[in-house]
Structure formats: structure tokens, C-alpha cells
Design a protein around this ligand. Structure first.
Ligand code: ZN
Length: 147
């Protein structure tokens, strides 16, 4: 168990050190910001969504704890190239898992998210994990209002 936990720790720290899709996106379709006042995490999310409603590209910037940055980095890997209906399903699954409506072992289906299952022992950190997902929800809402 110790080995698995240190492996998870490494995955989280690696995402925090070199986050995937970090930076500014040229010509984003939607840009949103979201904050977690509990630990001061901030994330800005930029998506380019094409006329077929597929996410062509995604970038984020932000500051915050390792958990929030790692979660944003892992999320961008999952969101890239997905359609909006797929994203809505994914979003609901993530909310359900982190709000204890679905079992945590389902995280193994979602790339590196399996490394974040340690946060279930620290409920306050679940807000850090969900921060980029709240930003994604905002981005989808904004896109749908404006089309
Ligand atoms: Zn945090």
C-alpha cells in the first residue's frame, strides 16, 4: 500500500511540476475563471470548440495547491478532443464520484485521476479536485448561452 501511495504521490507532483496544456490559448471560444476560497486556488480555462461541438484545444493557467493544479492538468487530458455531450457525461461522473454517489474505484477509468483517490480521506481537498470541473461546467454553460 505504501508503494502505491508513493506512486500516486509522484503522479500528482509530476502534474504539478509540469502541468499538461498549461498556458494561453490563441483564439479561445470560451474563457472562464473559477476560485476555491478555501485554499486560494484559482484556475482560468480556455477552450476552442469547433462547429461540430468538439473541443479542438484546451489550455489552463492558475495558481494553487498541488492537488488543484494536478487535477486541472489531468482534466485537460480527458477533455481534449471530446464532444460537448461526452463532456457533460464526464462532468456528471466526476461530480458523482467525488460527492460519494459513485464508488471511488471508478476513477481508474479516468487516466491519472486514479492517483487522486487519496483525497477521499481529506474531504476539504475535494474542493481542490473539483475546481477545474466547476470551471469546465461554467465554460460549457457559457458556450451554450452564446451560440
Ligand atoms: Zn487547493
Amino acid at each position: 500500500m505504501g508503494d502505491v501511495q508513493s506512486l500516486y504521490q509522484k503522479v500528482i507532483l509530476q502534474h504539478n511540476k509540469e502541468p499538461h496544456h498549461y498556458g494561453e490559448l490563441a483564439e479561445p471560444t470560451v474563457t472562464v475563471s473559477e476560485e476555491n476560497p478555501v485554499c486560494g486556488d484559482r484556475v482560468q480555462l480556455m477552450l476552442r470548440i469547433n462547429s461540430s461541438h468538439i473541443v479542438e484545444d484546451i489550455r489552463f493557467t492558475g495558481r494553487g495547491c498541488a492537488i488543484s493544479i494536478a487535477s486541472a492538468s489531468m482534466m485537460t487530458d480527458l477533455v481534449q478532443s471530446k464532444s460537448l455531450p461526452e463532456l457533460q457525461t464526464l462532468l456528471q461522473q466526476m461530480y458523482d464520484i467525488f460527492r460519494h454517489k459513485l464508488p471511488p474505484n471508478l476513477l481508474s477509468q479516468f487516466g491519472d485521476y486514479t492517483a487522486l483517490q487519496g483525497v477521499f480521506r481529506f474531504p476539504v481537498r475535494i474542493k481542490c479536485v473539483l475546481l477545474p470541473w466547476h470551471a469546465l461546467e461554467k465554460a460549457i454553460d457559457l458556450f451554450q448561452q452564446n451560440r
